[in-house]
Design a protein around this ligand. Structure first.
Ligand SMILES: Cc1ncc(COP(=O)(O)O)c(C=O)c1O
Length: 307
């Protein structure tokens, strides 16, 4: 179970979580107008430090999301990091955490329009270990819901309202007894999951859908692509693949801030590989855990210590 930390940041102040509220009339509630980010921090007991994973990359994506939607962030990265550091210290966090910064439209005007009259950055924190109910391997399905096209709602910005698409797919998957859903896009190619990117391994080659597939430009995704290059001298094939190919991979796994690296062991009741987490996937989980915990010197470049 995850716990919520007692303080959040809202309206430029550290505020007790119970008082960190938005009005029912605001555009964030009425129309889902907001862009958000999710950042993990891992507690290293030996170093007595909390390491944030690639916070500047998360900030840059939030900044781009604000630009795409036309929202006003009005904040530099150093100031963002200062606020996050202050919040973590105020909450005395010495465990694994997940931070959720959201730039939301607080304007209460009636029209669904990004009018910037009151865009505000709010951040709350929870403790978070595993996001999925099983870390051994997931039984997933292909969703009957399609991923929206980038020219309908930007897939490169984490837009709060756009997660209705994810919620429809995830709810359907859970109701049908699966752990997660995989979206196809309008072209019929594999896109991503409700909140994670996807990779497949077949005949020693690693595949992931390209960024033109209407998926999110995942920060974990790009870290994994770099890891394959550095650790295995393997160039990941960022290419489209269809549903048939999805079923025939030797290994499949999701990547994401919440999802970390999680093996997929079946899709639509078809076993992937042996039906257990694959060898390469297991190795990747192992190295990625060490990296995020701050145990590998050469990857400390991805970490920002808080204490
Ligand atoms: C739809 C979607 N795709 C992919 C991801 C993975 O992105 P990242 O690795 O940056 O967390 C996320 C999570 O943020 C997501 O919500």
């Amino acid at each position: 179970m995850s716990k919520t930390f007692p303080y959040a940041y809202i309206r430029k102040k550290m505020t007790p979580i119970a008082k960190a509220q938005v009005p029912i009339m605001c555009k964030a509630v009425q129309y889902g107008l907001g862009v958000f980010s999710g950042i993990r921090g891992h507690w290293n007991a030996k170093d007595k430090n909390l390491y944030l994973f690639r916070p500047e990359d998360h900030f840059r994506r939030l900044e781009e999301a604000a630009k795409i939607t036309g929202m006003k962030l009005n904040l530099s990265y150093p100031k963002f990091l200062e606020i996050i550091t202050k919040l973590i210290k105020k909450n005395k966090a010495k465990e694994d955490v997940y931070l959720r910064p959201t730039l939301y439209a607080a304007s209460t005007k009636l029209t669904p329009r990004f009018d910037n009259t009151d865009d505000d950055l709010a951040i709350y924190m929870i403790s978070l270990k595993d996001y999925f109910s099983s870390s051994d391997g997931l039984n997933v399905c292909v969703s009957s819901w399609r991923r929206f096209d980038d020219d309908a709602i930007s897939s490169k910005a984490k837009i709060t309202g756009a997660y209705c698409n994810s919620a429809l797919a995830k709810t359907e998957a859970i109701n049908n007894g699966y752990d997660e859903a995989i979206f196809l896009n309008r072209d019929g190619n594999v896109c991503e999951a409700s909140g994670a990117n996807i990779f497949g391994i077949k005949n020693g080659e690693v595949w992931t859908p390209p960024l033109s597939a209407n998926n999110l430009n995942g920060i974990t995704r790009r870290s994994i692509i770099e890891l394959f290059k550095n650790e295995h001298d393997l160039k990941v094939r960022e290419e489209n693949f269809d549903r048939s190919m999805l079923y025939t991979f030797d290994e499949l796994f999701f990547t994401g801030t919440a999802a970390k690296v999680t093996a997929i062991t079946s899709v639509d009741q078809r076993k992937i590989g042996t039906g257990k987490a694959g060898k390469t996937t297991k190795k990747l989980i192992n190295i990625f855990t060490k990296i995020t915990n701050g145990e590998l010197e050469e990857y400390k470049k991805w970490l920002t210590p808080i204490y």
